[in-house]
Write a protein of this length. Sequence first.
Length: 131
Amino acid sequence: PWPCGLMNRFVCPYPQAPARKITHFTSRLGQPTMQALALSNQFTPKALGVRDLDGMAFGVVILRLHPGQADDDGPSADVVYLDDGSLEREVPLDELQATGGIATVEQQERRWREGLARLAAAEKAEASAPA
């Protein structure tokens, strides 16, 4: 007999478990868990994604990924929005969906470069601000 993963899901006598929401992103030692690694592997810098805000979907380009730490909510990403080029930092990865084909290659490349420039400017301003 074939393993259930290779059979049609309607034929398999052992149904797949429903997807669970990931609640723990780091181990007790502060290392990323396997769930966090799997979630972060869906996204790479320069990849397209969708962010849902109050029921409206907005296309984004991933600028940079942040691994989750023991005191964080989990892995996050800095993103730039495709429509207006605005920058949003440390968006939790569970609030993003990986996708493709929502922008031309030129638009994606342009927003990615603009986003990196804005991110560098924001970090420079934070570093020079008095504490």
